[in-house]
Design a protein around this ligand. Structure first.
Ligand SMILES: C[S@@+](CC[C@H](N)C(=O)[O-])C[C@H]1O[C@@H](n2cnc3c(N)ncnc32)[C@H](O)[C@@H]1O
Length: 256
């Protein structure tokens, strides 16, 4: 991993509270789709399913997993993100760790889910760790919220702040190392939306890693441009709440 990517992977802590307030959660039908393969395999029918939320951040997905009655271990390397996560989702078992070094015993997890994070990992090491902690028949599920640029103002917003870049993956880009012990890979997209106040769009852009690693002056300029956009674009300006459209790109595979 190059130095800039490593900096970006570690860039979320300073904006943890904002991140928690404005970043979207995940569509329930997409999360159900990721979980269903493990259910179909009859995993851990005798007890509650044990799910590991990888790079859990402030708990955008963790909350949903806990609400489903799952036993959730939430792994997060950043102490600021972890502090918000612990406060927001007290029923999760929150642990410091990373995808490459999971503080979990061999084979004790039924489902590993990573939301908006697999592009930050060392894929060889993370795949080996996930394979180690998953039971045979368990699921690895990955998902990304992508701004739905089929909606005109979302496409325009992207051009204002520079849009997504090569670090931003989607299910179609997932590739496990040759010989990794996984089978039955599948991918599916889910369309959904979140509601925000127009001014939250500036904060939403501010939580992006590519903006976080900018020099202060450049970051201020970019965010000022986004502020102007929000204040002037007819689809956004002056509205109480706006619908922010996403496509959630989901990918799953079964541990052999
Ligand atoms: C974009 S945030 C996503 C957080 C959360 N999953 C969500 O959906 O909101 C990426 C998270 O991955 C974490 N992260 C970065 N590198 C990681 C790694 N190697 N292993 C696990 N998590 C990592 C970051 O600290 C950050 O909390």
């Amino acid at each position: 991993m190059d130095e800039l990517t490593a900096r970006r992977a570690r860039s979320f802590g300073p904006v943890a509270a904002t991140y928690d307030r404005v970043r979207p959660g995940y569509p329930p039908d997409g999360v159900s789709w990721l979980l269903e393969e493990a259910a179909a395999a009859g995993i851990a029918r005798t007890g509650r399913r044990r799910v590991l939320d990888l790079g859990a951040g402030t708990g955008a997905l963790t909350r949903d997993l806990v609400a489903r009655g799952l036993d959730v271990v939430a792994i997060e390397p950043d102490p600021h993100m972890r502090a918000v996560l612990e406060a927001r989702v007290p029923r999760a078992d929150v642990r410091a760790g990373s995808a490459e070094d999971l503080p979990v015993d061999d084979g004790e997890i039924d489902v590993v889910i990573g939301a908006q994070m697999w592009h930050w990992v060392d894929v060889d090491r993370a795949t080996a760790e996930v394979a180690r902690v998953l039971r045979p028949g368990g699921t690895l599920g990955l998902l990304w919220n992508l701004r739905d640029e089929r909606v005109e103002w979302m496409a325009e917003l992207g051009s204002v702040f520079g849009g997504d870049d090569v670090h931003y993956r989607r299910a179609a880009d997932v590739s496990l190392p040759a010989g990794a012990p996984f089978t039955a890979t599948a991918a599916r997209d889910f369309r959904w939306s979140q509601e925000l106040a127009p001014t939250d769009i500036v904060d939403l852009v501010a939580t992006r890693s590519q903006v976080q690693v900018m020099a202060d002056t450049e970051r201020s300029e970019v965010l000022a441009r986004v502020g102007d956009f929000v204040a002037s674009h007819p689809a956004v300006a002056g509205r109480g709440r706006i619908v922010v459209p996403y496509v959630t790109s989901c990918w799953r595979a079964t541990r052999i």
